[in-house]
Design a protein around this ligand. Structure first.
Ligand code: KG4
Length: 355
């Protein structure tokens, strides 16, 4: 099965070709430089850039995979969640292409892409023995714990009640004047710093207070207090600004708090849920400290860990075609979405697609 994947949900324009689930090309154009002056993604700039870049990116993906339009069996496109104006560019292109060359189109939930990215590489994916699987999904806009009983069957057991982990890193870096995106610059600045220098909160530490959500508190995340503590710390200790060593310690302590907050909840979930394996996916899963902590958790629990290859951690189209392949090859139908769905929920997938 040869699939073309298309991804334009935020600020990456991406296309990829997968043959029986093996990645043959994975072309990603990142708009980061265009959004950096604003400290975050500007939707209008993102969608205009997708329009300009997508046709060339699709051609490049086909060329790299030595594949023609005629050889394709289907197209997989992200239809949500994401920025409506960005999603529309990829969705419209995919829909037009599928009609023009008369091949089926299937819609993929962006997070499903991230989840299955951990199985992708040069060879066809091997999933046997991995389910039920706990997934820590940590992208720029989302932080979730997803319990995947089998491909296509998801339960959100934990999620952030405010900022996402990536957002906390991005906002923290802006506060520290380090630039955008925050994850990679904080990681770089933190190198050689003392992660115990400043004790920042790990979120929802206090057991008290009202809990108004239906989801179990012990698996939920909160990063807004962490961001505020950083702000107060920086105001109270302006001296760190002129001191390189103190700057490194501060970045390392902040990174430590974000990664600890994630690991604590993964550890709790692994104790409570039966898991044949666990995984971490999304842009923040590139983080070196987080990867080390996950590795240690796997060693102490004896539960195998799946991590994506670095090029598959941040947004890409290989994961979109990969998710489609994994589902289609298990008998799920092609599902042509009527429109993009900027707030698409993972659990709604079956309902939205009549499965
Ligand atoms: O998954 P992704 O590409 O975007 C969304 O789908 O939202 O993730 C982007 C996020 C940003 O917040 C960025 O700061 C973070 O991933 N990120 C990192 C690292 N590289 C990217 N966070 C921590 N450490 C990194 N090395």
């Amino acid at each position: 099965m040869i699939l073309l994947g298309i991804e334009t949900s935020c600020d990456e324009t991406a296309a990829a070709v997968l043959v029986d689930g093996a990645v043959r090309s994975n072309v990603i154009y990142s708009q980061i430089a265009k959004h950096a002056p604003y400290g975050g993604v500007v939707p209008e700039i993102a969608s205009r850039d997708h329009v300009k870049k997508l046709p060339g990116i699709i051609e490049e993906a086909l060329h790299e995979a030595a594949c023609s339009f005629k050889q394709l069996d289907g197209i997989a496109v992200t239809y949500g969640p994401g920025l409506a104006s960005s999603l529309l560019i990829g969705y419209s292109a995919a829909r037009a292409l599928s009609r023009r060359i008369d091949i089926p189109l299937t819609g993929v939930h962006h997070h499903e892409g991230h989840i299955y990215s951990v199985f992708l590489g040069e060879n066809p994916p091997v999933l046997e023995g991995s389910f039920p699987m706990l997934v820590l999904l940590v992208s720029g806009g989302d932080t979730k714990l997803v319990y995947v009983t089998e491909p296509g069957s998801y339960t959100i057991i934990g999620q952030t009640i405010d900022d996402a982990a990536g957002e906390a890193l991005d906002k923290g870096a802006t506060l520290l004047g380090l630039g955008y995106p925050g994850g990679p610059v904080i990681q770089r600045t933190a190198e050689g710093g003392n992660p115990q220098a400043v004790r920042f909160p790990r979120g929802l530490d206090n057991a008290g207070g009202d809990w108004k959500y239906a989801i179990d508190r012990q698996f939920c995340f909160s990063f807004s207090g962490l961001k505020t503590s950083l702000l107060y710390y920086v105001r109270k200790h302006p001296e760190w600004m002129d001191n390189e060593r103190a700057g490194r310690d501060l970045a390392a302590s902040y990174q430590e708090a974000v990664t600890d907050a994630l690991i604590i909840r993964v550890g709790r979930a692994l104790k409570q849920y039966t898991c044949a394996s666990f995984a971490c996916a999304g842009g923040v899963s590139l983080n070196k400290v987080l990867r080390e902590k996950l590795g240690r958790l796997s060693a102490t629990t004896g539960i195998p860990l799946h991590l994506s290859a670095p090029r598959l951690c941040t947004d890409n189209a290989a994961m979109i075609a990969g998710a489609a392949y994994i589902k289609l090859s298990r008998g799920y139908p092609y599902t042509i979405p009527e429109d993009v769905h900027p707030t698409l929920q993972l659990e709604d997938w079956r309902q939205n697609n009549g499965v």
